[in-house]
Design a protein. Sequence first.
Length: 451
Amino acid sequence: SQSPPQRVHQAARDRLADRMSTYGVLFRVTTFGESHGIGVGCIVDGVPANLDLTEADVQPQLTRRRPGQSSIVTPRNEGDIVTILSGTENGKTLGTPIAMMVHNQNQKKFDYANTVQAPRPGHADYTYQVKYGTRASSGGGRASARETIGRVAAGAVAEKWLEQEFNCKVVCWVNSVMDIDIPRDVQVELENNPPNRDFIDNEGALAEDDKCDYFVDRHGQKYSRTDGAPLGAAGEGDLKFADGKLIYTRCPHAPTAAKMAARIHELRRKEDSTGGVCTCVVTGVPVGLGEPCFDKLEAELAKGMMSLPATKGFEVGEGFNAGRMLGSANNDLFMAGGDGLLKCKTNHAGGTLGGISSGENLVMRVAIKPASSISQDQETVTFDGQAHTLSVKGRHDPCVLPRAPPLLEGMAAITVMDACMRQRARSGGPLKTLAQAAKEEERAAKCARLA
């Protein structure tokens, strides 16, 4: 039998084990599955009853993240079709746990046969082996980006609720790839007035054809496939946007998207990879979200984003640039917001003050490292320390950024919905957004005039 201290330690270990694959306090998401197993998915607990929900609400985001979309991402061919297993009936939630699953259909475990002896540089093979004494034999297991399918599915549920309750929306785009950035003035405009996902997907789409040495955007402008340099308008006999194979960069600035696509093509030829930065903006956020001191809203968002595979940096608002600014420039001055609330003239803080949402747009950026799986031979060592030349086979992304936005959108939605539920439980009353407050103020003023 265990002594009292041993029982305490065992209970603590059990609690930690329960939380390893679960995120959230009141809106809780647990993901399951490995990259080359039967399937992956999630169990979502805390969804209110009678929310309209079917697979059609979830599938679009999974389609945006799926592999095999174009020539600049991995050619692994997965449909990623989601099935809701429980928690709904006749298109409405029951208030019980919602289980969702996607079957893996294109596993190629033999591609990883040469990684049995040696851990892949940049991957979690070594650390998983040391931590657990075992590991998934192919594809990274739980460390693979396939795990994020469950998060994207759960995020789609959270988004449905957030939009219904507060007209709160989440959108993300590719801001930079390697040293190629959207122009700063365009970045600021996008953050202040974020576009919708259709615009991001379409504005950042390019058409290509193996017979042509240029891309064409949806406006009929041509760009070099070598470096993305602008070549002017497409002429008679040139490739038309509607006739080419589409590349989805998720960069809503076509000239920058062309440079990104050209660079990614170059890296694929060189059997190398690169990373970049995504920007994520949440609009219509209720005021008062976040639980100081350790569960501040940006702290929870940072935890959620940094738990995604390949993420290496996170910032809110001005982020690291705030360290270069004067207080007189960085401070967001207040002005009346209506119905007892205040709003800010600027948003250098990125939507939080003291770890609590101010109602302004939540603006965050996430840095994503180069994909670790590259086809170049790498001089490394085996698990027992012997010199080894490793050649990684399989189907891999030269840059994961074009498929990353649904992942960040999902984690942002999950985090904000959980924060909404926690604040609603704390306050015992409805939450307010700046838009709702302005409408209330306008309604009150109209009533006063009529009286």
